[in-house]
Design a protein around this ligand. Sequence first.
Ligand code: SF4
Ligand code: SF4
Length: 139
Amino acid sequence: MREAVKNRLVLHFPKDLIDQPIIYRLAKEYDLIFNILQAKITPSEEGVMVIELSGDRGNYEAGVDYLRRQGVKVQPLSADVRRVEERCVHCGVCLAVCATGALFVADRKTMRIGFDVDKCTGCRLCVSVCPYGAMEVTW
Ligand code: SF4
Ligand code: SF4
């Protein structure tokens, strides 16, 4: 049976690859589905993209290998997003800006705020509103 994989990745493109149709080839040649969640292009420097990539495991691994061979740095989004637990006071301010449900009320009685990195798109909105500097997004 074929195994499906879905992961959120941060891709760093060196400047000479910015105008290449690399992501398009992931779909066409590796039969992968991609969803661009964030993108930042700095002309003559580098491009950074956060994507959700899914498909058959074999195709997925071949596609990620293709990216690396092209010179694209690939890392999981979860390595670039974290909540510093000792700084979070569960004030709930971040709930108003997190549209994906990555930040959520985990316990209605105590109003403890949970964080699910798998739902995060790395949009950074929580970073700008958290009064305690508890959210860190480094991509
Ligand atoms: S705004 Fe900051 S301190 Fe408040 S619940 Fe969110 S992460 Fe925690
Ligand atoms: S970066 Fe913050 S606001 Fe944006 S999706 Fe992730 S947890 Fe939610």
